[in-house]
Write a protein that binds this ligand. Sequence first.
Ligand code: MN
Ligand code: MN
Length: 472
Amino acid sequence: MAKETKTQGQKLAEKLFFKLKDCWEELDEKNEKKVEEFARLYKEFMNQGKTERECTGIAVKLLEKHGFVNIETLGGKQPKTGMKVYSNIKGKALTAAVLGKKPASDGCSILGAHIDSPRLDLKQSPLYEASGLALFDTHYYGGIKKYQWTTIPLAMHGIFVKEDGTEIKINIGENPDDPVFTITDLLPHLAREQMQKKASEAVEGEDLDILAGSRPYKDKEVKEKVKLNILSLLHDKYGITEKDFASAEIEFVPAFPARDIGLDRSMIGAYGHDDRCCAWPALMAMLSFTKTPEKTIVCYLSDKEEIGSEGNTGACSYGFKHFIWELCGGSEANLRLCLSRSSMLSADVSAAFDPTYADVFDKKNASYMGKGIVLTKYTGSGGKYGASDANAEFCAKVQALLDRNKIQWQFGELGKVDKGGGGTIALHAANLGIEVLDCGVPVLSMHSPFEVISKIDLYTTYRGYIAFLNDI
Ligand code: MN
Ligand code: MN
């Protein structure tokens, strides 16, 4: 046997310091395969679900496959122990639950993530022709660095709704045979003035116009021939006219698929990790329950987080609360009891420490790639404005449960004080009386067209969410 050579100080340091391990180093071969398989399914999901509507569609299909029924089909009857129910919130958000052995009024265990991501929306009258080119005028959605959205391939997603209510789904640019779209940028040769501008002004919001075509309609007698040709193509394929854009929800997103990053394939690059890298593990954690849980477990996938969670599909709306009310048998008193006794992980991403931009991070409070699930006690900006500051008692409870289940967690304040900030859906749930803690995956290049996460953090987060639903 080797001699004990540790000094008193070394032993004390081991006992007292909070040490963060690299999750990869802890991983055995069997779990390595699980990490890889989880990442593969996630990438598939990311390639299919690039908008909140598409993600809702995928989630509903998976839930139904796993025996969840639309709560509307119960005709007002109270869902019973062991039942799996879901509610589709206007096709853009959803809630799902497995009814536990205890009544819902004893409190639920909730995972809440968002499935909207920063993107470019079409304006109501977007199509115009200029100098022989057809262009789409956009209005960006969520916090983006505008210059990042030029000169990349873009795909067109969304729906048109005709006057008779017929919905026409659009998805152009994801199939390798599809055309894609792009936003042009100025060549460096002529960009002397542009390059002197602030990064926030180098490409302005009103300049994010998407190249849509350049082939004229063959008729000498008409004006705006290129625009007419685009409208004619859209009319032939989808039966729509220019007026239909006024009601449509068309979102332009990066056209590239999710890919492995690095020679070691340890990371995933994709559009929309924020917040689908938490939404997917949350949904998968729900689906992993084959037996009736003790408490009722709930998964909430919300919309509009990136623009403040307002609106009837956002976390400020009544949709989520109404679903919980239904789980409580339609009793307002039970709903209040339930909310005051419920626990929730606001499943959302944090900014991973980036050595290239080390200045904006507080190293000892930052989250790191490959170091596990991130617990963010508070978000907000400035003096914690707009934050949901999780209660110490609840934080300690979540930390203990992750430790108990051998799931590595790390801290994650979003950057140095006064360097910026952000928010999640946490405060909206907290305002209802629920205990909430932000908890998710660290991300590099957040809100860019191609964000990066670590496969091991994705898997650790999934395990963390299962542990939470089982054990809180
Ligand atoms: Mn987010
Ligand atoms: Mn975000």
